[in-house]
Design a protein around this ligand. Sequence first.
Ligand SMILES: Nc1ncnc2c1ncn2[C@@H]1O[C@H](COP(=O)(O)OP(=O)(O)O)[C@@H](O)[C@H]1O
Ligand SMILES: N[C@@H](CCC(=O)OP(=O)(O)O)C(=O)O
Length: 252
Amino acid sequence: MLDNIVVIKIGTGVLTREQDGTLDEASLVRLVTSVSELVADGVPVVMVSSGAVGAGVSALQLDGYPDDTASRQACAAVGQTRLMHAYETLFQKFQINVAQILLTSEDLDSDQRSGLVMNTLHRLLKGGNIVPIINENDSVAVEELRVGDNDMMSARVAKRLQARLLVMLSTVDGLQRADGSTVDMVTDLNEVASHVRADHGKFSIGGMASKLLAVGTAVEAGVETVIASGRKPSALAKIVAGGQAGTRFPVK
Ligand SMILES: Nc1ncnc2c1ncn2[C@@H]1O[C@H](COP(=O)(O)OP(=O)(O)O)[C@@H](O)[C@H]1O
Ligand SMILES: N[C@@H](CCC(=O)OP(=O)(O)O)C(=O)O
């Protein structure tokens, strides 16, 4: 079993344009380039990628995030193929293959099912030239059985994989204080709870509240976590090496 897996979660706002949710190719190129450098250095990377709902919105000619379940699931069905097509095309330039894994909460709740998924992930990572890309299976997930957002999905996957590190790439540089400055390190989540505002991206789900909830799950399970900017993914190598970028949540 690999013991140095790095899970990288990428938020919708990093991958899609705020106005219409369409995929932001330039951002994807930067991200894929930086992830490919990690893979070339021998780091086993599992990605958890959002963006499916946003990327499908234009096909359904909607103005914003769909309110009803059927529209959201339809957007995800269209957007997920767009997302994976983009990843596959870009990673191919680095001779890296991608593998799509769509999960529901039930898959993670069941020891047997999650065990099979983890075996699959380990098998995919064995050769060193495949990046598994996970998303919630939005188009089939029953509302009550959804993980709900990919922050928690990434934390649960990182926990189950006993990953070395979870990096959540978002539109912000990290956890911000009221004056906009970024907190470098957090050892007690209670001390920073007051920094959390209610705002979040147009096609994103949880905002900072769900990120900190997910951080709690990951850190408690022994997975160090960093929230950093997905607009500057070149910092990934530094983050993985333990350098300062974004907000780091070390394991106690
Ligand atoms: N204290 C805070 N620091 C940084 N971002 C915050 C804070 N409170 C709320 N936010 C919101 O959280 C957003 C990031 O979460 P979200 O929109 O869900 O992004 P993602 O798509 O990357 O998951 C920021 O753009 C901002 O609107
Ligand atoms: N499964 C959804 C993820 C939604 C979500 O969690 O978004 P985000 O808050 O941007 O990580 C999608 O692909 O659109």
